[in-house]
Design a protein around this ligand. Structure first.
Ligand SMILES: [Zn+2]
Ligand SMILES: [Zn+2]
Length: 231
């Protein structure tokens, strides 16, 4: 028996994200092939219809769940528990209100992507520089404070960005999650969120994150899943 239940909490399909090359058939084929426990489809600013999702999931061994990656003025936030896009949630404070009303959770996705390496400072010209030696200062950022969990391991971030996110999560004792941020099939499951118990519904996922019982991990694709930790 596997010691962990693995879930990819963050990926985009060509169905709902214009920047994705991942077709539904490729998603299903790949997810079934790698032996992952659950896959959460999180399109940019839109969410799958429940009926279509259950059609996709019917008869499959992998659990398919739906979330959304909301673009806010402070950054990208992974959301579980909403059934549709709600006007005004591009503002972080409004998103928090809406998600609380729905009993959902918010994840600060790739919070430090391109924000630590000065070579990429042109991407975030308005952003206050982040001092990599002081995660406790970054922990005061509004997007970090507002979210229930931190995506401490993102498949498209550098190791440095991921480790810094992990330090910030630890400074606040926030839930730690991982997502591949796949836009194509081969990166699905390259990193995964690890749970001690199977997650078979959005409600169970939300409860596990709220209970801070998740860890980030990697190694599924080479058969040796291990938690992501500080060196
Ligand atoms: Zn994003
Ligand atoms: Zn994404």
């Amino acid at each position: 028996m596997r010691p962990y239940f693995t879930a990819d909490l963050h990926l985009h399909t060509s169905r709902g994200s214009a920047d994705s090359n991942l077709s539904l058939q490729d998603l299903i084929d790949r997810a079934e092939a790698i032996g992952i426990g659950a896959v959460c489809i999180t399109e940019h600013d839109n969410i799958w219809d429940l009926k279509e999702l259950s059609q996709l999931a019917a008869g499959k061994s992998v659990t398919y769940l739906r979330g959304m990656e909301v673009t806010t003025e402070m950054g990208h936030v992974g959301v579980f528990g909403l059934g549709e896009y709600v006007g005004g949630i591009y503002k972080l404070a409004e998103l928090r209100r809406v998600v609380d009303r729905a009993g959902g959770v918010m994840i600060a996705n790739h919070p430090f992507r391109y924000k630590l390496d000065p070579r990429f400072s042109f991407i975030n010209p308005d952003h206050e520089p982040i001092d990599i030696d002081h995660p406790e200062r970054a922990a005061k950022l509004e997007i970090i404070q507002s979210c229930d969990a931190i995506e401490v391991l993102n498949g498209a971030c550098s190791e440095e960005e991921n480790l810094f996110a992990l330090k910030v999560a630890r400074a606040l004792n926030k839930a730690e999650v991982a997502g591949s941020d796949s836009h194509s099939a081969n990166s699905i499951g390259v990193v995964t969120t690890l749970f001690l118990n199977p997650v078979s519904s959005t409600e169970e996922l939300i409860d596990a994150i709220k209970a801070r019982s998740s860890r980030a991990g990697r190694g599924l694709l080479n058969g040796s899943v291990a938690p992501f930790d500080l060196p």
